[in-house]
Design a protein around this ligand. Structure first.
Ligand code: GRG
Length: 297
């Protein structure tokens, strides 16, 4: 395990993922050029790349090859980029700002944004199924995991619950279920797919990694809720204060700011505890849990 500082590792991995995404996205010189341009607009040049970073960090647990992690990281990030494009549409969150720029439907148009989401989603699976990654049995599992995490029993289902919950008073278990699906499922998939790209983990390791992945997903969302009401639109690169304005249930509205912060700390501690079985191999995942907990945007 290298002793590269976390920030150096993160910047290098983000740059690597940007290159891989640019390589795998269709070029604007191929037809339909405008759709391809919009796909590249929605995916490249922004975002923290938290899910790809988690995939690369989890790959260190199983000795996964970097070229295989490129594919996994791209697949997960393409699903994430699709979800943001669709989430910003007028029929969903109706937002005009994403990653500090006009949202895809504002920059292009609504039908194009819809097709961008569809195309990014299918490209993710085209990539994941397009070459041998890790053990064949594990690769099939990876494809199934990503599909499940994206669909009605994962991210899309969480979005449906979110849309239905506006103005209603969810209790903590209900809020937790919504976020476990909407945000947590894809974060969990990023972690598991990264680890599954290498040699198989033991049952105990797998169970601990899953516990980490679930805690990290929830931690990400609790911090997102805190930032939505404490950070500025300029810092976030997306409209701040939207949850409260839309009367959406959040951890802050449910618990209050201080208790939401305490809950984030609790989740971080539990996530790190789940990693202790891996020792030094989990160094990057440990650092990422800290990054997710303390991020400012
Ligand atoms: C439309 C099927 C469908 C799902 C949408 C992900 C999602 C579900 C909606 C996004 C709305 C939102 C703000 C959710 C909160 C957590 C979240 C996913 C934030 C955005 O992710 P980041 O912070 O974004 O990783 P970057 O830009 O850094 O990639």
């Amino acid at each position: 395990m290298s002793a590269t500082p976390f920030n150096t590792w993160m910047a290098a991995t983000q740059a690597r993922v940007e290159t891989a995404l640019s390589h795998h996205l269709p070029g604007t010189d191929s037809i339909p050029a405008r759709l391809h341009e919009a796909m590249r607009y929605a995916t490249l040049g922004g975002g923290k790349r938290v899910r790809p970073l988690l995939a690369f960090a989890a790959g260190e647990l199983s000795g996964a090859a970097a070229e295989h992690l490129d594919i996994v990281a791209c697949a997960v990030e393409l699903i994430h980029a699709y979800s943001l494009v669709h989430d910003d549409l007028p029929c969903m969150d109706d937002d005009v700002l994403r990653r500090g720029r006009p949202t895809c439907h504002v920059e292009f148009d609504e039908p194009t944004a819809l097709l961008v989401g569809d195309s990014l989603q299918t490209l993710a699976f085209e990539l994941l199924a397009g070459q041998a990654i890790g053990h064949p049995k594990q690769q099939l599992e990876m494809i199934g995991l990503l599909a499940h995490a994206s669909g009605s029993r994962g991210m899309a289902g969480g979005q449906a619950i979110d849309l239905a919950s506006v103005g209603s008073a969810l209790n903590q278990p209900e809020l937790e279920l919504m976020h476990a699906l909407k945000t947590g499922a894809l974060i969990r998939a990023a972690v598991l797919l990264g680890a599954l790209s290498g040699t198989p983990l033991s049952a105990e390791e797998r169970s601990n990694l899953d516990r980490f992945a679930k805690r990290a997903g929830l931690l990400f969302q609790v911090v997102d809720d805190i930032l939505d009401c404490t950070a500025s639109t300029a810092t976030l690169g997306k409209t701040a204060g939207k949850d409260e304005a839309a009367d959406k249930p959040t951890y802050v509205s449910l618990l209050g700011l201080d208790a939401a912060r305490a809950y984030a700390d609790e989740l971080r501690t539990d996530a790190l505890d789940a990693l202790s079985i891996f020792g030094e191999r989990a160094r990057r995942l440990t650092e990422l849990a800290d990054f997710i907990c303390h991020r400012q945007f």
